[in-house]
Each structure stands twice: as C-alpha cells, then as structure tokens.
Design a protein around this ligand. Structure first.
Ligand SMILES: [Zn+2]
Length: 627
C-alpha cells in the first residue's frame, strides 16, 4: 500500500524543480538524467548470480534441501533434538528459496518476456509445499504443555517457539489429514471462479467513451483522468454514467461475490469459525473484539472527518468559483500549489535524510540499498517492464518508471522500508525466515517511512508554498483512514449478512454499502447511485478478508508517527528494537512489549486523533494566510 498524495520539495541546497511560471519555463524536468540511467539498473551478477551455472547450483541445492527435509517425515516429534534439526533444515531451505524467488521476480520485472527463473522457482516452490505439508499435520499433536517440556530439554527450540505456538494455536481448527487434503483439492473449484467471473464481467462490457479535452476517453480505464478534466460537465457526465454502468453490471458482480463469500464461510465453518472473516482475523492474530474497539474509536471521530470534507468542498468551490462543490469537483488539483519534482539522486538522498532518525544501523543499510553504485535499484522505465514497485526480502528495489513526483519518492521510502525491515531481522536473528509476519505489521513499518519523509520535508523545505503543499497532502493522507475503514467495514458486514442469509445478491451488497456509506460519508446521501461502489474494489474477490490490513497498517503507522513526534529521541530506539526482533511473538504482544501500544485499549487512538486535529488546524491556517 503506497497511496500517498503529497507533492514536494527540496532541501539543503538540492535543486528544486517547481512548476515554473510560463514566462520562465526552463528545460523539461528529467527524473533520471541521461548520463545516470545505467546506474539505476540491477546488477544481477553482483547481487545474485555470476552466471546461469551459479543459479543452477542454487536450484540444485534447494532441491536437495527439500529432499533432506523429507527425512523427518513421520518422526518430527520423536525428540526435541529431531524437531530442532527439522526446523533448522526448513529455515535454511526457506532462506535459499526467498533468494531464488527474488531472482525470479526481479529478472521477470525488468523483462516481462523472461519468465525462465520465475517459472523454475514456482515449480520448486510447489514441490516444497507439497513435500513439507507433513509439518502441519504432525505438529497438530503438539500442545502447550508438550511444547514447554520440549523447549526445556532443547533450549535452542526457543528460537522457533512462535512457529510452534502457532501450530498449537491452530490445532483445534485443523481437520483430519484426509479432510484437509480434500478441501485443498476442492479449493480452486470452490473459490477461484468467482474472481475470474468478476473480471470477465468487466472485460466483456463495452464502457461508453466520453469526449474530453479533445480526446475519446474510456469511462472505465480513464475514470480518474476524466474526474480531473477542466470541463465540469464532462466530470459530472463521467460520474453519472460510470455509476449507471456499474449498476447494470451489479447482478453478475453480486452473484460472484455472494457465491465466493458463501463458499468461504462454509469452509471456515468446517474449521470452527462463525464466518470466513473471523478466520481471517484469527490468522492475523486479531479478534473481532479488537477490531470493534478500533472501529468504535474511528466512528466516534467521524465529525472530524466530516469537518475535513466540508473544508475540502469549500476550497474546491472557491477554487472553481462555484456556489457549491459536487463530488465530481473534489479531485481537481488545487490552484497555485507548487508541484515538486526530484531527480532519482535527490529522491534517494531525501529518503535517506528522512530516515536518519531511525538510527545508525537503519541508515547504513538504507544507504547501501539506495546507493545506485550497488546495483540494487532498477527504476528507469522502458519496454517490457513489470508494473508497480516492490522489494523482495532484503534484496533490491524495482519500480516500473520513476517520474520524480513526491508520490514516487514516498513509494521509494515505503518499499525500501520493507527491504530494511527484512535486513534488520537478518542482521539480528541470522535469517529472513523470522521476518515473515502479518501484513498489517510489515505494511505499518513501510508506511511509517512515508510519514518520516513528509515530516522531514515539512521541516526542511525552504519554500513556504511547498511546505504548505506537503502539510495539506499530509492531512489528506491522514484522512484516508475513514475511507479505508468504510471499505473494510463493508466487507466485514457483508460476511456477517451472507452468513445470516440476509445477502443473497447485488441488492444485499448495495444495502450493506449504503449502510456503511451513509454512516461514514455524506456523499452517499447526496448521490444514491454510490451504493454500487462496492464493485470498485477488486480486493473483495481477489484477496478476500484482506482489506482490514490497510486500516490497521494506517492506524499503526500514524501511531508510530505520533509517538515519534512526542518522543523523537526515545521512540526510534524502541521501534527499531521491535522491527529487528522479527516475529517471535504475536503482533499484538510485540506492539505492547516494545511500544506500549495496546490494541484493546479504548483510548489507543486518542493521540493520533489529537495529531490529526492539529494538522487540520495548520492546514486551515495555511488557507487563511494564503488569501
Ligand atoms: Zn508495502
């Protein structure tokens, strides 16, 4: 998740490229100057394999490791020593597999036609998963007392305590081996056709074209461009037509979603959960009680969100010179806001400077990642490149096409945050295996870096207009909370209602969307057609039960930021200790033990809301001063 909205910057004598007034237009901004382009490419030889023979040697090694793990089948729990050996063998195997995975991902990202290494990895991964499934089955007979006794006899097992405790925790929800393998076989037939049908529903629909700024635009593919068109009537038409079109597709979309939720609920019931959503929370070490506690606090502060929307609408109306802004006016870029651009070198330097507060080790590792001479960055656009931006493990950073916008720099620090998290765990615990944890935790680490970047820019930019732009965009980013909370809540409510038989098709989803929408967002009352908005998030089909991770990650990153502002010297040390520790206990306990954050505390978000209110007051004052 790297949605960031701001624009920005310069500091410390770096060249700032702001949209200059027309009369003094300079040469066009070049995000990666011609003579530096070759620097921003991966050096696979240096960071991965000197040649194919070296890669093949690792593939062969990984295969023999998987083979050797087979030797533990049927005797995993025969003694603490055997269990330790088996776990260490698996950890070593996973460390090599992640390197082979990263190699496959990065080689295919820089050349989408080159699937050789990724395909080979995927085959190997499937083999490993199939051959190691006995771990889950044999660990089922472990219980808390047996586990304690084993750790007592073999203290080195304590490194794997969390993995073993997870098995104990899951045991009551695991069926017999025969039943589980039956469910695994049926899995694709039960729940892989629904996302495919949803996609097909869109693919075979000829969305109307709209004339805008002298070009034909697709209502579907170009919707966000249309919503920024200078012609207000084009924007309104795009909005009305788009929702009308979604309404026409909702029967099929509703059919596929209800079938997917029913199938998921049924399988979860077999595993002893009331709904699939409960199981998803359990897997993330969260409970419905914790989520309800957070939602209670988020909803109690809805007036703050509504004040923010009012302010945005006021500003949009003034900026457009109209009496009242409508929803199709809200995405128009504000007038007179400088657009800051950073070359790749500047972006890396700003990111590094922003994260300096995280301490020497963090800075050192981030510096190595972001130093283009090390060949761990590949960010220059071109033909046959993959999409988006990502890191794998601690290895490297890929971005399809760095353009130098503040969003791009935010993405850079976000993704680097993933890589350095893995690196710190490797440094401290000797293996990447211990850095795998719930998505909301790893995403919160990455997202916190975005806040450090915005904070750094707000404090170091020389130009007041630029600082104002960052302040305003920071506020927008904070306020995203209510939007993602509404979307996540729609899914939770829907799983409950599908389980209760209250949702049987599109009409039920419209109602759930409207109920959550009316509570959160005044636009739902003004534009009843928005009730089909649930069709705009493919996540409900593609990654069911995942959306709440965005809410948690957002809340946690903001909480770290607020605590950092309150205690700039003390907080980073505690935070980095937590990140470096890896996942050796449930996320909830990590947060409590290292940072004193208690997700069950009915006031846990108080500091965050106070920070948001200060931000809102600052942005209001900026607006008044700008008049
Ligand atoms: Zn991320």
């Amino acid at each position: 998740m790297s949605e960031t909205l701001f624009a920005l910057v310069v500091a410390l004598g770096l060249a700032v490229t702001m949209a200059a007034p027309a009369q003094e237009q300079k040469k066009p901004f070049d995000p990666v100057p011609e003579n530096e382009r070759n620097l921003y490419r991966f050096d696979f030889k240096k960071n991965f394999y000197a040649d194919d023979a070296a890669w093949q040697a690792d593939m062969a090694k990984a295969r023999s490791q998987v083979e050797a793990i087979q030797g533990f089948k049927g005797r995993l729990l025969e003694s603490p020593a055997t269990l330790l050996k088996a776990l260490e063998a698996r950890r070593e195997s996973e460390d090599l597999l992640i390197k082979l995975y990263a190699y496959g991902e990065f080689t295919s990202a820089v050349d989408t036609k080159n699937r050789k290494y990724m395909d080979a990895y995927e085959t190997l991964r499937a083999e490993a998963d199939a051959r190691e499934s006995f771990f889950a089955v044999e660990l089922r007979s472990l219980d808390a007392a047996k586990l304690e006794a084993m750790v007592k006899r073999e203290p080195k097992l304590s490194s794997y305590r969390f993995v073993l405790e997870a098995a104990v925790r899951e045991a009551p929800h695991v069926l017999s081996e025969k039943e589980e393998s039956l469910l695994a076989e049926l899995g694709p037939a039960l729940s892989s056709w629904e996302p495919a049908l949803f996609q097909l529903t869109f693919d075979r629909t000829a969305f109307p074209k709209i004339e805008a700024s002298g070009a034909e635009r697709s209502l579907h593919l170009d919707y966000s461009t249309l919503m920024k068109d200078p012609d207000r009537s084009v924007r309104e038409k795009a909005f009305r037509e788009y929702y009308k079109q979604l309404g026409e597709l909702s029967d099929l979309a509703g059919f596929s979603l209800v079938k997917e939720m029913q199938a998921n609920n049924e399988v979860s019931k077999l595993h002893g959960f009331p709904t699939y959503y409960h199981e998803a929370l359990f897997d993330a070490y969260l409970s419905r009680g914790e989520l309800d506690n957070l939602y209670g606090q988020i909803e109690a502060e809805l007036p703050l969100y509504h004040q923010y929307l009012d302010m945005k609408m006021d500003r949009a109306a003034k900026s457009l010179g109209i009496g009242r802004a409508e929803i199709w006016d809200m995405d128009m870029p504000a007038k007179g806001v400088p657009e800051l651009r950073f070359t790749a070198g500047e972006g890396c330097r700003e990111g590094l400077a922003a994260c300096k507060v995280l301490g020497d080790e963090y800075s050192r590792e981030l510096g190595k990642l972001l130093d283009p001479k090390n060949g761990r960055l590949d960010i220059v656009g071109g033909p046959n490149r993959g999409q988006g931006a990502f890191c794998e493990g601690n290895f490297a950073y890929f971005m399809d096409n760095y353009q130098g916008y503040l969003d791009d720099v935010a993405t850079l620090v976000h993704e680097s945050g993933h890589a350095i998290h893995h690196q710190l765990v490797l440094n401290h615990r000797g293996s990447l295996y211990f850095s795998e944890g719930p998505a909301y935790m790893t995403e919160s680490f990455a997202t916190f870096n975005e806040w450090l970047l915005r904070d750094h820019l707000m404090k170091t930019l020389k130009d007041e207009g630029a600082r104002r732009a960052v302040r305003s965009q920071s506020l927008d980013e904070m306020m995203v909370l209510w939007e993602i909370a509404r979307r996540a809540k729609f899914e939770m409510v829907s799983y409950d209602r599908v389980a209760a038989g209250e949702i049987t098709g599109a009409g039920g989803f419209d109602k759930a969307c409207e109920d959550t929408g009316l509570k959160y967002d005044p636009f739902f009352a003004r534009y009843p057609e928005m009730k089909v908005q649930w069709m705009r998030k493919h996540h409900y089909w593609d990654v069911p039960g995942y959306y709440f991770n965005y809410v948690l990650a957002h809340i946690l990153a903001l909480t770290y930021y607020q605590r950092y502002l309150d205690d700039p010297a003390g907080f980073p040390k505690k935070y980095i200790a937590m990140v470096s520790q890896g996942f050796d206990r449930p996320a909830e306990e990590l947060l409590k033990d290292f940072l004193g954050i208690d997700l069950k505390d009915p006031k846990v978000l108080q500091g965050v809301f106070a920070m948001m209110k200060r931000q809102m007051a600052d942005v209001r004052a900026d607006g008044a001063a700008a008049k």
